[in-house]
Design a protein around this ligand. Structure first.
Ligand SMILES: *[C@@H]1O[C@H](CO)[C@@H](O)[C@H](O)[C@H]1NC(C)=O
Ligand SMILES: [Zn+2]
Length: 254
């Protein structure tokens, strides 16, 4: 049973790719400079987006997102790592989603969050409201051999966007937050037992914003079918603060 589905109509943008390795969120290689090195960045339809009335169009053909294999066994391991930009958690290929006509295999999930002071770290906004943080679960189209190949093509990736709001303590997110102290430095990795990733995702899988867009960070390839859930998940103020102050603020997003 589904009542509310949203589709955001976004026209395709075609640009030439360019080379480049280094980027940052701030400073001279910060967001405002991305477009000079990475030509996909800064396009008119570049993610992130603000979902607001005039760009939303209800689409009755959209179906609830189908999650498969999300309840990982505790005998499987997820690798939590610090790649210098974010916290990334590797996911097993037994996890996948189906968005007809394709199946998309899970690769990793990662986070975007704000700086020390702000609670405004989300990449997507709803009606102008930014959220403290956002999680992206990245999947690649099963018709491609791996995520690297899939990133280069228009129908390569499907990312689930989950907005994170302040509320009550969230034990599922604590699986990851409690490990952050182990990965304070770039390149550090830590294995954690698998858990039910469904618990990181909002209850309702039928209310989401859908558009075709790009990666939100360089190289910003326009290869992503986005589904951003309308309802946020909640984590406690302490969990947000631990992330942004104790770990994130000093280590990441620099
Ligand atoms: C997830 O898997 C565990 C262990 O196999 C099981 O105990 C639990 O009931 C499952 N949860 C759901 C929601 O299916
Ligand atoms: Zn992301």
């Amino acid at each position: 049973m589904y009542r509310l589905l949203f589709a955001v109509v976004v026209l395709p943008v075609i640009q030439a790719a360019s080379e480049g390795q280094s980027w940052a969120y701030t400073g001279k290689e910060g967001e405002n400079s991305w477009a000079t090195k990475y030509s996909f960045c800064g396009g008119v339809y570049q993610s992130p987006l603000d979902f607001h009335g005039s760009i939303l169009q209800y689409d009755s053909t959209l179906k609830p997102i189908q999650l498969y294999g999300y309840n990982a066994s505790s005998t499987d391991y997820f690798t939590v790592s610090n790649n210098g930009h974010t916290v990334s958690v590797s996911l097993p290929p037994s996890m996948y989603i189906e968005i007809p006509p394709f199946r998309y295999i899970a690769a990793q999930l990662h986070f975007h969050w704000g700086s020390l002071a702000g609670h405004e770290g989300s990449e997507h906004c709803i009606g102008g409201k930014r959220f403290p943080a956002e999680m992206h679960i990245v999947h690649y189209n099963s018709k491609y051999v791996d995520i690297g190949t899939a990133m280069e093509v228009a129908d390569g990736l499907a990312v689930l966007g989950i907005l994170i709001e302040v509320g009550s303590f969230n034990p599922a997110y604590e699986n990851i937050i409690s490990q952050l102290a182990h990965i304070k430095f770039k390149g550090q990795k830590f294995n954690i037992p698998g858990f039910n990733v469904r618990h990181l995702v909002p209850e309702r899988l039928d209310e989401y914003y859908r558009y075709e867009g790009s990666l939100t960070t360089p190289p910003c390839n326009p290869s992503v079918l986005w589904s951003v859930f309308r309802n946020p998940v909640f984590i406690s103020e302490e969990q947000v603060t631990y992330w942004t102050n104790k770990i994130g603020g000093s280590v990441f997003n620099q």
